[in-house]
Write a protein that binds this ligand. Sequence first.
Ligand code: KG4
Ligand code: ZN
Length: 333
Amino acid sequence: MTKIISFESSADETSVAIVEDGHVVLSNSVATQINSHQRFGGIVPEVASRHHIEWITRVLNDALKTADVKPNELDAVAVTYGPGLVGSLLVGLMGAKTFALAHNLPVIPVNHLAGHIAAANFNQSVQYPALALMVSGGHTELVLMRKENQFEVIGETRDDAAGESFDKVGRLLNLPYPAGKTIDEMAHRGQATIKFPTAMAHEDNYDFSFSGLKSAVINYVHHADQKGEQINQNDLATSFQNAVVDALIGRTKRALENFSVKSFILAGGVAANSQLREELTILLNDFSETIFIPVPIRYTGDNAAMIGAAGYWNYKQKIFADLDLNTDPGLDF
Ligand code: KG4
Ligand code: ZN
């Protein structure tokens, strides 16, 4: 049995976890700083770094205590080295390297995006080839995995990420940051009364674009303001969410038709979206050879357990880093 301790601090969550064999979560301690950033409507990098420093040792102690694991029972230390905010990443990286040095453990470098995808293994074992829809606050990508730990981006957003569009529309409606979950809930109470465009629906590729939709929502709200009309925020949420989900479903369908895969993974913060999960479940009924593996909702947002899962893939391939490992804020696959 391989026990990996993992560190994640790329954005506004400080997290340490202990995961066994890449899929059994022994502990997953997460400290979120959302409250500190809400009044600014987004993450303030300087504030985020300070919080990580304040929290990292507490979260580390909590993860060890909850799992009831001693450092000498561990096999390796996995850590997110990118993508993310440089000052935030550095705190987790220094924490992980210090822990590794103190306990003579190897360091495993982990890509945050691979972590989001690896969290599918907390649902059930992924069969390959697999296709993953990775939708988060910073990324929107369709990723083909011909085998475990191999990533080929076949489509991505040309402008805003899906989560970013939820957050920007939330800001326009004065909703607390991040707005994805709130808009998801509002959408249940509204009607799809407004027709927003679904970008690139007819284009011959797997790419996404959400900035046109965002502009259409902004125009709608400003137009209503000018005329002194009251908008129904729930109807707006339903109509906006429909457009985002339509775009994600359309591109996914096209990819599933052209690549025959054994598993389809839904990962990243936006994977918590109820309408997206429902509509993908329905879509996957038409692809009987492919099992749908959404990441369990508790692991869709940023957490260190997912870094432990991806870290295990690297561990098996003996992908280790030296202690001079640096952050890579712009890392992609
Ligand atoms: O993966 P994540 O936790 O952080 C990044 O790596 O970006 O994703 C955060 C994003 C935010 O934009 C948030 O609004 C969105 O995920 N999100 C949702 C939902 N829950 C979180 N978007 C739509 N529906 C949700 N239920
Ligand atoms: Zn993330």
